[in-house]
Design a protein around this ligand. Structure first.
Ligand code: ADP
Ligand code: MG
Ligand code: MG
Length: 247
């Protein structure tokens, strides 16, 4: 069953084209990994999928559950079950982690959420992520370490339970233990009723899930697709052999 389809998508900023003719189909239950050199367009793709207004789609379409969402706003995409974890999360003063996630959840689900039930769920997930409970009452990302910000992103994913999660280098800045709990969090989230797109440079992050497809993006183009073994090949050999292959 198809969840997301990207058709001949080109996108960029102002006069600059960043993504060129991207085609991708993601079915329910699948794990897709996207790898590529720095500056190849990975974060741009994630942002375009969420309709970050900094980027313009110049060609192509995006379909979610068969519906053309190419022109749908970010908040409407979120309500339809799309979620993105930022490579560089925002700091927000005056809003606590708990309030932020509860507000997001009640907005997305379009209903009031029992505070007690929510608190319980939040605490349970924080515990599993090895994330100190006191952070629930702290302002969003303010004074958080890189690792704490990333755990907070995964906490949001687990509590909001989107049908499509896009994780942009959620392992960057994480130590070995934090990478493991984040990976396990992705494993807990993953089900037959959702799909996840994982942008990463390392295989540690995907230890708790099995990638169905690994896509390589170079200079804004998808140039190669493979299975999980491609992650190892790239970790040991880098991207130059793929550049040679593509030539
Ligand atoms: P990656 O995530 O793969 O490292 P990005 O998607 O962040 O790559 O960037 C791809 C290219 O697009 C880079 O050359 C980057 O400088 C450029 N780019 C990305 N976002 C912007 C922007 N908002 N304005 C101008 N250039 C951008
Ligand atoms: Mg990036
Ligand atoms: Mg990125």
């Amino acid at each position: 069953r198809e969840l997301l389809r990207i058709e001949s998508l080109s996108a960029g900023v102002e006069d600059k084209t960043i993504l060129k003719n991207i085609n991708l189909t993601i079915n329910y239950g699948e794990v897709h990994v996207i790898m590529g050199p720095n500056g190849s367009g990975k974060s741009t793709l994630a942002n375009v999928l969420m309709n970050n207004p900094e980027y313009d789609v110049t060609e192509g379409h995006i379909f979610l559950d068969g519906e053309d969402i190419t022109n749908l706003s970010t908040d409407k995409r979120a309500r339809k079950g799309m979620f993105m974890s930022f490579q560089t999360p925002m700091e927000v003063s005056g809003i606590t982690v708990e309030n932020f996630i509860r507000t997001a959840k009640s907005t997305i689900e379009d209903k009031n959420i029992s505070i007690l039930k929510f608190k319980k769920e939040l605490k349970k997930e924080m515990d599993r992520l090895d994330f100190d409970e006191s952070y629930a009452g702290r302002y969003l990302n303010q004074g958080f370490s890189g690792g704490e910000m990333k755990k907070n992103e995964i906490l949001q994913m687990l509590v909001l339970n989107p049908k499509l999660a896009i994780l942009d280098e959620t392992d960057s800045g994480l130590d070995v233990d934090a990478t493991r709990v984040v990976s396990e969090g992705i494993g807990r989230y993953k089900s037959d009723d959702n799909a996840v797109v994982i942008i990463t440079h390392h295989k540690e992050l995907i230890r708790s899930v099995v990638p169905d497809f690994v896509h390589v993006i170079i200079d804004g183009e998808f140039v190669k697709e493979g299975d999980a073994s491609l992650v190892d090949a790239i970790e040991t050999k880098g991207f130059n052999w793929i550049r040679e292959e593509v030539k």
